[in-house]
Design a protein around this ligand. Structure first.
Ligand SMILES: Nc1ncnc2c1ncn2[C@@H]1O[C@H](COP(=O)(O)OP(=O)(O)OP(=O)(O)O)[C@@H](O)[C@H]1O
Ligand SMILES: [Mg+2]
Length: 305
């Protein structure tokens, strides 16, 4: 990658297989609807959103030696994600995420087969360390192991932003909170990490303060249809969702993190970054895909801010 400023994303890539129910979903039965297959994965989704917002990005991940990997490479090249620091793991399938959406577009249940992520070890990253040391910012997702996350936190000086991925994987970030520039849990992930229930604005504030006490500099807790809570030493509050059509909320958190991270990198306040993130989430929600290919920085600024 050239000497231009860029963001490095280290995390998971999936082939997403998504079912959309055309009518109210009946469990335990066959439901008429649509099934799509698109490149996804939290790290990859964040990288694609960053690329579509016009910021150079390199994605450090591991791919299997199968046709899904070929399709992911082709797709990453077409949207401007640099994959030159990502390797192929022979004999292991590219990871796959199988998701069932209800008729409102919310994910009802999903299964993630992500064994290939285990190949992203400290040694694997040491062989690609230039991707990290020359970046302006590093975004990690909790598909990485605790050991790999600790290696990045201990060896790198660029600001690190983390996405917990899911309630199951969120605890992997517990050991690196003190090294994080920012974190973006959703409500459930924030509850798991902090060990506190969130049912009110006071609870959000308490959990936000807990993250700051643990050493995180900037906190966004995304709240689904209730928007996002933001907090750092200077300011805190809630930015509501931008009203608009919701086709699928899958990937809205990733769009948020991409836009809000670029805003922080460009020196914007946390609240402004949260607003830009909400605008990106609204564009994502209009699309049935995990990433909306129409996302552009100029249209975000023009339409929403
Ligand atoms: N039902 C909804 N209606 C409107 N906007 C939504 C809805 N769900 C999510 N969003 C938007 O997406 C943002 C992030 O959503 P959420 O809190 O669900 O994050 P997430 O669980 O990390 O998402 P994902 O992991 O699917 O990308 C919200 O702040 C909001 O802007
Ligand atoms: Mg998420």
């Amino acid at each position: 990658m050239a000497a231009r400023p860029y963001i490095a994303v280290v995390g998971g890539v999936n082939m997403d297989i998504t079912g959309f129910s055309g009518t109210e979903l009946v469990l335990g039965d066959s439901n008429p609807g649509q099934v799509t297959m698109t490149p996804g994965g939290v790290g990859r989704n964040i990288a694609e959103n960053i690329a579509r917002l016009g910021f150079p990005v390199t994605l450090v991940t591991a791919l299997g030696d199968d046709t899904h990997a070929q399709e992911i490479r082709r797709h990453c090249a077409s949207c401007g994600i640099d994959l030159s620091y990502s390797g192929v793991i022979f004999g292991v399938p590219t990871s796959t995420y199988l998701c069932i959406n209800d008729s409102k577009g919310d994910c009802l249940c999903a299964i993630a087969d992500m064994a290939v992520c285990d190949a992203i070890t400290p040694e694997y990253l040491q062989n690609r360390i230039r991707a990290l040391t020359q970046s302006q910012m590093i975004i990690v997702d909790a598909n990485l192991s605790e050991e790999t996350l600790a290696f990045i936190a201990q060896s790198q000086s660029a600001p690190i932003i983390a996405d917990p991925v899911s309630s199951k994987k969120a605890p992997r970030l517990a050991g690196i909170l003190g090294s994080l520039y920012a974190i973006k849990p959703n409500r459930a992930e924030a509850e798991i990490l902090s060990g506190m229930k969130i049912s009110s604005q006071e609870d959000l504030q308490r959990v936000g303060e807990w993250f700051l006490y643990e050493g995180v500099r900037h906190v966004w807790i995304t709240l689904g249809r209730d928007g996002v809570f933001y907090m750092n030493e200077e300011e805190h509050g809630i930015v509501p969702c931008v009203p608009g059509p919701v086709v699928s909320t899958n990937g809205c958190g990733d769009a948020f993190l991409a836009a809000a991270s670029i805003a922080l990198l460009e020196g914007k306040k946390l609240s402004e970054a949260a607003r830009l993130g909400q605008a990106a989430s609204a564009v994502c929600a209009r699309s049935p895909r995990a990433v909306n290919a129409d996302l552009r920085m100029d249209s975000l600024n023009f339409e929403f801010l």
